[in-house]
Write a protein that binds this ligand. Sequence first.
Ligand code: SF4
Length: 374
Amino acid sequence: MIKRHQTRVVQVGPVAIGGTAPIAVQSMNNTDTRDVAATLEQIRRLAEAGCEITRVAVPDLEAADALAIIRAQSPLPIVADIHFDYRLALAAIVAGADKIRINPGTIGGMDRLRQVADAARDRHIPIRVGVNAGSLSQAILARYGGVTAEAMATSALEAVAMLEQCHFYDLVLSIKASEPLLNRDAYQLLSEKTDYPLHIGVTEAGTWREGIIRSSVGIGVLLAMGLGDTLRVSLTADPVEEVRTAWSILRALDLRRRGAQLISCPTCGRTEVDLTHIAVQVEERLQPLTCPIKVAVMGCAVNGPGEARQADVGIAGGRGFFLVFREGRILRRVPEEEAVDALMAEVEQWCAEQHAQTTEPAQHNPQDKNPERE
Ligand code: SF4
């Protein structure tokens, strides 16, 4: 069990961040915000993949105008990402942003920051203070002799102090670096000094493969320490991949349960089926599922069901055939070419049964059978 660091709660549209709320999955659109149709299409794809909050760049007033139309049709709450220009922050708030992300130190002085804080307070929306290792001020860099965890935490706390001077306390903090260990140290320092909810991630993590690994390590370390109330995986890739990766990380740490977790064996000299090909097919077909289920694809019938006992359903190969099993118990034998379909049929049945169990007894005790801790 992971004991989460206690934080206060802020509300981003219908999504709570902090406290005991489930760790929220975020992403960021990489469309041109002024292209309303393309941005909305991407938001819908993100929502289907399980994204709960998305962020859009607001680089000019035209984008802020577009945000108003996007917000009205978006299935997800939207964070407006603002750099430097307080007028864009004000325009994004008027456009209906559910949260804004700014760096208070670069928004143009206390008077302008106060105007942004007042507008956010009037609309009851939070502000994320986003500090990145690459954008620390020269003064901070000189004070700490470079980019260090202390420098990052101080920068974030100074930004918090600026907003608190504006009597604004509805904050979420992020303090991202691209190196997972620097990231860990910075977030740990910050969490010791504040109870504002933390938005975690590894910034500029990289392309699909490298980025997934760096993010999984960096975010995973923080989550295992109990830190993080919302997360964004940053990939140089389709943002839908960010959402899928985020869910995989949360599932791996048993922090949230959504969708299928695939367990597959590495294959060895006992494997007599084309397991690699079959595992890839199964992974693709499991992708759209939201039902929390563990599925195993194992190479041999001797060890398969036993090794994958924690799986809800699975298949284990023999010579040209597979055994279909459920919770370690063998159900039947099917030819290799029918194995994927047979497994998927079992998956669908298991999910349907779980759904029936969670809806009926829930009328008496909603805690009893709910497979998602949400
Ligand atoms: S499940 Fe069987 S085939 Fe797969 S790695 Fe283990 S022993 Fe080898």
